[in-house]
Every structure is written in C-alpha cells, then in structure tokens.
Design a protein around this ligand. Sequence first.
Ligand code: SF4
Length: 445
Amino acid sequence: MCGNCLLQETALICPMECPKGLRNGPCGGITPEKNCYVDESRKCIWYSIYKQALKSGKEETLLEVLPPLDWDKVGTETWGEVVTLIRKTGTLKFAGSLFSKNKVRKTEIWDSVFKTIRQPDWWKGDSVYHPPAYNEPASEFERRLRSGEFVVATEVSPPVSSVTDKLIADIESVKPYVTAINFTDSSSARPKMSGLACSSVAVGLGAEPILQIASRDTTRAGLQALGIGVNAMGIKNILCITGDNPKVGPEPRGSMNFVDLDSVQMLWILRKMRDESVYLDGRKLKNAPKYFLGAATSPFASDPLLQAIKDQKKVNAGAQFFQTNLIFEPEKLDQWLEELYKRDVLNKVYILIGVAPLKSLKVANYLNSNVPGVVVPDKVLRRLEKAGESAPEEGVQIALEVIDAVRNKQGVNGIHIMTLGWESIVKRLVIESGLDLNPIRPPAP
Ligand code: SF4
C-alpha cells in the first residue's frame, strides 16, 4: 500500500517496515544483534533484505538507486498499475517468463512491468557510477584531497543557545590545524544551532565548513532550496546523512515513522542539480550550484560486505567523500576497505576515518548506550577505567594510536576528529600525530 512498489529490487521483502522509511539500504544504527535500534524487538528489515538478496544471488539489485515516495500514490494499490502494464507487455508473454530459464529475457520482461513502476520518469535511478561533471575542485577540502594530502577535518559542536561566543572561539581554535569543519544538523535529534547558521559564522571567520544535512528534518523542497542557496553563503561542502531517529531525542517526540528522503536520494538529487542542472521535477536550473558531496558510513554497522554494498550505492548516487563513524579498532577496517576495493570503489571516493578523544569513561559509556551505531570496545573501556583521573590523557593516547594505525592504510585519505565537545584538544592531536602541515604560524595577537 505504499503505492510505489519496489519489491523486485528488495528481495521481495517490503522495506516499508523500516521506521525511518529508508528505501535504499540500512542505516548505521543497526544493533549488534542485527535488530532495529528504533524498535529493538524486531530485526532490521534492511538487514533481512540484504541477506536474502545475497542468498538468492541478486546482489546487483541492491545497487539500483531507488526513488523517494510519490506521496500522491501512498495508500493506493500498486496492483492495478501492475495489471495494466502486464496487459501492455502481453499477459501470455509475462506468464511464460515466470517459468523461463533465460535470465536476461526474464529480467527484460519483468522490468517492462516493475521498473516502469519503481523508476518513474522524474527519477530514472540506475546502478552505475556517475563521475562528477566538473574539473576544478569545488572547495579547498576537495583540492587538498585531490592533491594526495592526508587531510584533517574536525567537528565543532553547534551551541544550544543563540550566543555565538563559544562557537567563534572554538572555530578560531581549530581553524589553523584542520582543512574543514563539520557542523552537525541537530545530532541525536536534539535541537541545536542550525548547521547553516554555524557554517555561515565559519565562512565569516575564514574557515571552511562542511554543512551536514539530515534527511530526518529535510523535505525534497527544502533540500533543493538548500542546494541552490549554499553557494550564496560561501558553503562548498555538503555531507548528507539520514540522521538519528527522534527515538533517541527528547520528548515530546515527533513522528518516528516516515522521512521524505533518505541520504542516498539526497545525494542523487544534489548531484543532478549540480551536474545536470536539473531539479527533481525536471525543471532546468539556470545556474547550477557547485559543491563537494559527502556521506557518512559505519564500516562495522552490519558486516563489512553488506556495508560495502550500501557504500557503493552512495558513491554511485553522488558521494565523493566519506566520513566514517567513530573507529576504535582500526585493524577491523581492513576487511571493509578490501570489500570496497573489490567493488572498485576506493578510487572513486575519499575516506576520512572518524577519531574521537574520549575524555572519560562516562563519555565512553554514554556513546555505547545512547549513540546508534557507535560501539566502544571493552578493551578501550578498561583502559579508561584503569586510568582513573588520568582518563582524559588515556583518551588522547587512544586517539593518537588510532590515527597512527590508519594513516598509512591504502584507501584512507584523512581523519575526521569528532571532538564530542572537546574542541581544545584538536591542536594537540594534530601536532602530536605529526599531521600539522603548517607548523610555522604567525604569533598570536
Ligand atoms: S536499523 Fe535503521 S535501517 Fe534497519 S529497520 Fe531500523 S531504522 Fe531502518
């Protein structure tokens, strides 16, 4: 009854059970038991879809970029349309295909019915890579990655008030040591100063922002409005994420059932606006915007093979860089990187590994209990516990060890320091890890 049937591409399992309304694969919040973090009493429906598709040899179907809902059709039967299209194809021909051993012919006949439904003219999604259609880097962040530099990005926490003093101080303190600064979009579904406002402040201070946009709070009209507006504010990097479900946010909660878009669809729409000068409704854009597009990834969310399929889809849709979730066990990254390599993805996307300086055992436990997709392993918890009052120092050492372990991995292009509110530590991490590329600085005023 979603009226926009895509069962042919989802191993015949309906994805509408996903509370986030995701139509292009699992989110990063799946629990270690492979359950849904929004409702832990049931399996993640996308995990089941991926497993079933792999079992039946239909892995390639997981790569097709599927459209957002046409809400005019929601609540209506798709079957009427199916019957009409079967008649158009030829009922006998279609029935014969059910028993055909010729896979190519069978797919052709089925596509004449189901692809027409799941890929309407205003979307026309596919499973192939679309290289960016521009030559000069869109931003300094992109320029440095292209040049082969090991790039450092960080995050400055948006304030929870309208006063910008701390925001400005934090941006100023990290700016000399990083190439770009992320501003989250109400992370953990908690309202904070908007990423757009923070990015605008950063541009005013001469820093380069990465604007995060969570599809949780974004409609298709809002996304396209942002897409054409960011350049006017000096923003040249955008990171598309689905965002945490309101379940992890404060009460009273908003709808936890539907989102208008998922992150893959956001990438697809923004890429087409930039590279094909076209809006979702087909209208032509007079002057296309220019931005460097990124996405988040959780290498250990389900298992590396499944995650690599989802990541390949994001790259096909438009992701040019990835920032990973927090990594505490860098040795485990190898299998995921290997899967991306096998899929010929590593040469199409820049990867920045998420590193966090844990200030205390309490922070580590909070992450484990409250942040979907983040797992702080026991060995890290034990080290922080043993360190007692020296836990902040131990947290810094753990972060430095992770940086050291990832910096020479093939396919890793930089790090993303997630400060968890500890922005003042960025300078030390960058200097002590030997990543400060500009050690001669003018004296402080
Ligand atoms: S874990 Fe994420 S992708 Fe899976 S069903 Fe829940 S919200 Fe959907």
